[in-house]
Ligand binder design. Structure first.
Ligand code: BTN
Length: 250
C-alpha cells in the first residue's frame, strides 16, 4: 500500500483528493491534527498509514492496528455540516459499503460503531478544534484472522466474516465514495442511520461512569441523540459523551 495505490481509481471529488501516506506513524488522528495546525485546511485531506504505533480509541482506549487493518483520518473544515449528526455519517457509510459491496451483514451501534453480530469490525474517533477543523479517524479490521485473547469475543474482521482476504485499497476507495456521497449529498442521515441499525426496540446495557442500567432503545432524535425508555417507563434522550458505554447482545 502506498499513496499511488490508494489514489489510483479513487472516484471521489473531495475526500482523499489530497492524500498523505506514512509507512508508520503514532496515530493518523495526531498527524491530521499537526497538518491542520500547520496549514490552511483543505477539505477532505486524508492521512493513511500502514502501521500505527499509538492508535487512539474512544475514552482513552488504545486502538491496535497493523498491516491487516486500514487506518486513516480525514480532515474537514469545522463549518455548518459539523452538527451533532456529523459523527453518524462515517458509520452509516461504512455499514452501507460492507452491505452493498461485500455482502457483509454490518449494522451500526449508536453512535458510530460498526458491528457484525455483536462484534466490532471498525472504530471511529472524531476529534476537533471548535470553529477550525474536525478530524474523523477510522480503523477498519480487514485481513485479521485472529485477535488477542482480550479482543477475541468483541472484534471481527472482513476476512473472518468472509473467509477470504480483501484489498485494503479497494475497501478504502469504496468507503470514501460512499462517505462523500452521504456527507455532501442530500440524504436524511437520521433515516439512513435507522435503516442501518438493529438497535430500535432492543434492550441494551448502558454504563454511565461505571453505573449499569438496562434500557430499551426507542429511536434517535433529530439531533442524533439516543432515545431510550427505562424499565420504570421514563423516556430519556442521551447525547454521546465520554464515560457513556453501551453493550448490546443481539
Ligand atoms: C474506537 O475506540 O472505537 C475508535 C477507534 C478509532 C481508531 C482509528 S484508527 C485511525 C485513527 N487514528 C487513531 O489514532 N484512531 C483512529
Amino acid at each position: 500500500m502506498n499513496a499511488d495505490s490508494l489514489s489510483k481509481g479513487l472516484k471521489t471529488k473531495i475526500i482523499g483528493k489530497k492524500l498523505f501516506f506514512f509507512d508508520q506513524t503514532d496515530s493518523t488522528n495526531n498527524q491530521a491534527k499537526i497538518i491542520s495546525e500547520q496549514n490552511s485546511i483543505i477539505e477532505g485531506t486524508t492521512i493513511v498509514t500502514a502501521r500505527q504505533t499509538a492508535g487512539k480509541g474512544t475514552d482513552d482506549n488504545i486502538w491496535i492496528s497493523g498491516k491487516d487493518n486500514l487506518t486513516f483520518s480525514v480532515i474537514f473544515k469545522n463549518d455548518n455540516k459539523v452538527t451533532t449528526l456529523f459523527p453518524l455519517y462515517p458509520a452509516v457509510a461504512l455499514t452501507k459499503t460492507l452491505r452493498k459491496k461485500y455482502h457483509i451483514a454490518a449494522h451500526v451501534k449508536w453512535p458510530n460503531d460498526v458491528l457484525i453480530g455483536n462484534k466490532k469490525i471498525a472504530g471511529i474517533l472524531c476529534e476537533g478544534m471548535v470553529s477550525k477543523y474536525m478530524i474523523v479517524g477510522i480503523g477498519i479490521n480487514i485481513n485479521e484472522t485472529t485477535f488477542p485473547a482480550s479482543l477475541e469475543k468483541i472484534a471481527t474482521s472482513m476476512q473472518i466474516e468472509k473467509q477470504k482476504p480483501f484489498l485494503l485499497e479497494e475497501v478504502f476507495q469504496y468507503f470514501l465514495l460512499e462517505y462523500e456521497n452521504l456527507l455532501f449529498g442530500s440524504f436524511d442521515i437520521r433515516q439512513e442511520w435507522l435503516d442501518n441499525t438493529l438497535m430500535i426496540g432492543k434492550q441494551i446495557t448502558a454504563f454511565l461512569n461505571g453505573k449499569e442500567q438496562k434500557v430499551t432503545v426507542t429511536g434517535i432524535s433529530k439531533e442524533g441523540f439516543l432515545q431510550i425508555k427505562t424499565n420504570e417507563g421514563h423516556t430519556e434522550s442521551w447525547m454521546a459523551r465520554r464515560g457513556l458505554d453501551i453493550k448490546t447482545d443481539y
